[in-house]
Design a protein around this ligand. Structure first.
Ligand code: ATP
Ligand code: TZE
Ligand code: MG
Length: 266
């Protein structure tokens, strides 16, 4: 897959990405998007979120620190995005954990996100299957959730970008696995939330499946590079930001480990 071309297009556009994300992720995700080449804006109040979505290249919606004002802002923003045909990405953080999260996540999935980016435990929960997730941390393997991801994609008509030690992306017809990354990534908070924002940046310039694969591949390559130079989760964080900035289109094509799956295997 031509992930390098997609990265080049994203950087050339510097897309404006509206991120409705949680308090933990706001700063981390903004820095990740800036380092990768996009232009993040954390705009979530219901009074302006719909208006902003109409001028953004993409919208991302994350339920990590959920509250009624956040939900109102999400609904306004999604309505604005739908009005202009703007792609939007859902991150259903810890959607298995409480009744509020299950209800809000189900309501948002019913609005048919362009992309759902989540860990395997969240995908299993959205698909109505048993999840071992502990709060925001995934505890299931993506291999065990491939079927759930495919069914979810078929139900929404969108793309499911599921992450873990090995990532899995499907639109219900096509599927790929992406290897790489670092075991220190889940020890850095909000990297998944930041990747959701990056999926939005790529979706502003490319079709949802290609956008998701490019975003996850960039994280996998940058994570692998940073792992080689880091000594632990703390030193990993700045090295990862540097790598996100340094990986170019040719590097991405050369270093990405993307396996295209037979449909039957998905
Ligand atoms: N064990 C691992 N080895 C390599 N890469 C990993 C591993 N676990 C996660 N990653 C990578 O970390 C990034 C975030 O994925 P993860 O599944 O941890 O998201 P998440 O659970 O939603 O995170 P958060 O909610 O903390 O933001 C992805 O790029 C994924 O490929
Ligand atoms: C730790 C944490 N708690 C709510 S959201 C979040 C960021 C990782 O999902
Ligand atoms: Mg998450």
């Amino acid at each position: 897959m031509q992930v390098g071309t997609t990265l080049g297009a994203m950087r050339a556009a510097t897309p404006l990405v509206q991120c409705i994300t949680n308090y933990v992720a706001m700063n981390v995700a903004a820095n990740v998007l800036l380092a990768a080449g996009a232009s993040p804006a954390m705009v979530s109040d219901a009074e302006e979120a719909g208006e902003f979505a109409a001028i953004a290249g993409a919208l991302t919606v994350n339920i990590g620190t959920l509250s009624a004002p956040f939900v109102a802002g999400m609904r306004a923003a999604i309505a604005g995005a739908e009005g202009t045909g703007t792609p939007w990405v859902l991150d259903p953080v810890a959607c298995q954990a409480t009744a509020l999260r299950r209800r809000v996540a189900a309501d948002l999935v019913a609005l048919k996100p362009t992309i759902i980016r989540a860990n395997a435990s969240e995908i299993l929960s959205l698909a109505g299957e048993a999840s071992r997730g502990q709060g925001v941390d995934g505890r299931d393997s993506t291999a065990a959730a491939q079927g759930a991801a495919s069914r979810l994609a078929q139900r929404t008509g969108g793309v499911v970008a599921m992450t873990g030690a090995v990532d899995f992306v499907t639109d219900g017809m096509r599927a790929v696995r992406i290897a790489g990354g670092s075991s220190w990534m889940p020890l850095n908070t909000a990297l998944g939330c930041s990747l959701t924002g990056l999926c939005g940046a790529f979706a502003a310039v490319a079709a949802p499946f290609e956008a998701s694969v490019a975003a996850l591949a960039l994280f996998a390559v940058a994570g692998r590079r940073a792992h080689g130079a880091a000594e632990g989760p703390g030193s990993f964080a700045p090295l990862f930001l540097d790598a996100l900035h340094q990986v170019g289109p040719d590097d991405l094509d050369r270093e990405a480990r993307i396996e295209v799956l037979e449909v039957a295997a998905a």
